[in-house]
Write a protein of this length. Sequence first.
Length: 300
Amino acid sequence: MNYSINHLKELESESIFVMREVAAQFENPVLMFSGGKDSILMVHLAYKAFYPARIPFTLLHIDTGHNFDETIQYRDDLVKRMNAKLIVGSVQDAIDNGLVREEKGFNASRNGLQTAVLLDELEKGKFDAALGGARRDEEKARAKERFFSHRDEFGQWDPKNQRPELWNLFNSKHFMGEHFRVFPISNWTELDVWQYLAMEEVPLPSLYFAHERKVFERDGTLLADSEHISKKPTEEVFTEMVRCRTIGDVTCTGVWRSDAQDVKAIIEEIATTRMTERGGRTDDKRSETSMEDRKKKGYF
């Protein structure tokens, strides 16, 4: 494969440095895990950063109850393989307990409901830092994040009031009840992630590789046919060869027509596409500032 090992090693070193800073500066950090490639990369980097010791971060997965089955199976296998501790925050439990209200209608999704559950889990666990796999190239709101991104006591983010990070010096000072979101792979691109995963031969969920799946089209996006999505009378289900570029709640995760059945083919596909990675995420299309609005409220 045509990629620069030195470039990938530099990114790896930067991310490992940030993770070790988190372990040194915070009392009770947690690593957010979605089952997607970026969070898989985060776990792999944490493993390398602290080997031969165990990963010092608890994994936190916010389960919408509407995940792909393959995601949950991969998560459980990874936790067992890494001998890691896992906490699962349930959106369904939050609905049942009245913490959040289920959306109704054809475009209903539980993706936005994850915010309240995440903040609740961070409070219950008394976590003072939450490591996430967001990258600056993904979306314009995420491009505004620092490595150490301060959140107030309500879990809210102020993009206009962030601390400078000069010479790789990170300020982790915070008051009681506040916490930080930390993004060690901020400077990676989607292509970097795939090239590194290929170089390290990291096992990945089958969803990322081309497979036959029943789908339907909505507003130019292919969605996987699921009992969790209410289809309009005009939306017909058909079988297509597809794969995921991002993995999230099945109700808002678009799938892509693809024949890429191995990592090499995926890298070639990404290198030539003009569609952004999150171009198939319907939750990002609710408004021009949907991601930033969600992040200000405490979203990933």
